[in-house]
Design a protein around this ligand. Structure first.
Ligand SMILES: Cc1cc2nc3c(=O)[nH]c(=O)nc-3n(C[C@H](O)[C@H](O)[C@H](O)COP(=O)(O)OP(=O)(O)OC[C@H]3O[C@@H](n4cnc5c(N)ncnc54)[C@H](O)[C@@H]3O)c2cc1C
Length: 388
């Protein structure tokens, strides 16, 4: 008998789960419904590029109709507001859905760590719309400065020196000379800060790679404030723990992620940062009919620490969930989730990058950038995003 599989979120985890499940089951086995807030899939790992005018918005979003064309997947464009796993119901802004099996792949939210003013006065980078907001805000600062030449307009702060913060600061550093030229503002009037609470940048990267990235970005004019937690943000000021105050109209916060609040509110068992606990098959604790994929859940590495939330993990989780759903629907053995760490490369702007391929091979410069590009092309090929 046909079962209904509802997949929440068409990001890396949810889209891959839907596409791979659709390959394995027939419409007699399952009705697959994919629910997403937007009618496009976002290439979140590249958002730093449109945020700094290095790419157009349309280059980092792919219409879902194109990706789902000819596939037995029904797209519901709507916003999930609540999940009731006991009643097997999902509430949307425009209605509700029941399910036999549910996949929750709603991604993450920003963690502000309770820092006063941070949520109210910062910009974030989690969607194409937010990337556009950052880009237009920076352009507006340059447009307003000639009329109100206070240094606040020409001071830009990126909070957080993880992958997102570093990739964004690198891309903005490359954009600044063009902005200065267009606006006829001397480059030495502009300050670009990267502020990080931890003692070094790019946590999780080898020390030598992080040091290389820091040197490259410093040469582009980025001023690092590491070991400098932000303690308060005001509309035109960022206060650091050491007492320093950076006067600015721009703080972009990339320093923290937490699970999706919808997952917490649904009553799934979560860790303190709101990410759902799952078993080896990626089923939510206590619910065999609910699978989780991507940033909204967590799995532990061999050292017993949670893997950082990444697209590569979300994609692999999506594949694993598809296999296990297939076993539920057609019989067969479920497979435990066994992540393969393919490496991580951080772009530094200007076709420069540093990172690791696999667990060992270190890379930097144009080769690293090429490897990052290649992994993007491989992903697009996987989801059918290369076809015109
Ligand atoms: C700028 C940046 C650079 C990054 N670089 C890298 C990198 O180089 N390598 C790497 O591996 N990782 C990188 N990451 C992390 C990576 O992007 C995430 O780990 C990944 O996007 C998680 O995938 P996901 O499927 O869990 O969530 P997402 O990709 O965020 O997808 C969630 C989906 O759910 C939808 N959604 C959310 N809430 C609702 C709702 N209420 N109703 C309906 N739909 C909803 C969203 O629209 C979205 O489509 C980067 C992240 C950022 C922000």
């Amino acid at each position: 008998m046909q079962k209904r599989v509802v997949i929440l979120g068409a990001g890396y985890g949810g889209l891959v789960a839907a596409l791979e499940l659709a390959k394995e089951v027939t419409e007699q086995d399952a009705e697959i419904i994919l629910v997403n807030k937007y009618d496009y899939h976002q290439l979140v790992t590249q958002l730093y590029e449109p945020a700094a005018a290095a790419k157009r918005d349309t280059e980092v979003r792919i219409p879902l109709v194109k990706l789902l064309s000819g596939k037995p997947i029904r797209l519901v464009r709507d916003v999930v507001t609540r999940i009731d796993p006991k009643e097997k119901r999902v509430f949307l802004q425009g209605g509700e859905l029941t399910y036999d099996y549910l996949v929750v792949a709603l991604g993450s939210e920003t963690e502000y760590f309770g820092i006063p003013g941070l949520k109210e006065y910062s910009l974030t980078l989690k969607s194409v719309d937010e990337a556009r907001l950052i880009r237009t805000h920076i352009e507006r600062c340059f447009a307003e400065y000639p009329y109100d030449p206070r240094p606040e307009y020409m001071t830009f702060v990126v909070g957080g020196a993880g992958l997102t913060g570093i990739e964004l600061v690198g891309e903005i550093a490359d954009w600044l000379p063009r902005l200065c030229e267009e606006s006829n503002i001397p480059r030495d009037r502009v300050q670009l800060y990267n502020v990080e609470a931890m003692p070094s940048i790019l946590p999780g990267f080898d020390e030598d790679l992080a040091a290389k990235a820091e040197a490259i970005l410093k040469a582009k004019g980025v001023v690092f404030k590491v070991g400098s937690p932000i303690v308060r943000v005001e509309p035109e000021a960022v206060h650091l723990k050491n007492g320093e105050v950076i006067r600015t109209k721009t703080i972009i916060w990339t320093g923290g992620v937490r699970g999706n609040q919808i997952v917490v509110d649904a009553g799934f068992e979560t860790e303190p940062r709101g990410r759902a606990k799952v078993n080896e098959y990626l089923q939510a604790v206590g619910y065999e009919d609910v699978y989780m994929a991507g940033d909204c859940c967590f799995v532990l590495n061999e050292q017993g620490r949670p893997y950082p939330p990444t697209a590569q993990l979300a994609i692999q989780m999506g594949s694993c969930v598809a296999k296990n759903l297939c076993a539920d629907l057609k019989g067969g053995k479920k497979v435990p989730f066994a992540p393969k760490i393919l490496g991580t490369v951080a772009s530094l702007g200007g076709r420069d990058a540093v990172g690791k391929v696999g667990e060992r091979y270190k890379t930097s410069g144009r080769i690293a950038y090429f490897i990052k590009d290649l992994s993007q092309i491989r992903y697009l090929a996987k989801i059918g995003g290369l076809m015109k």
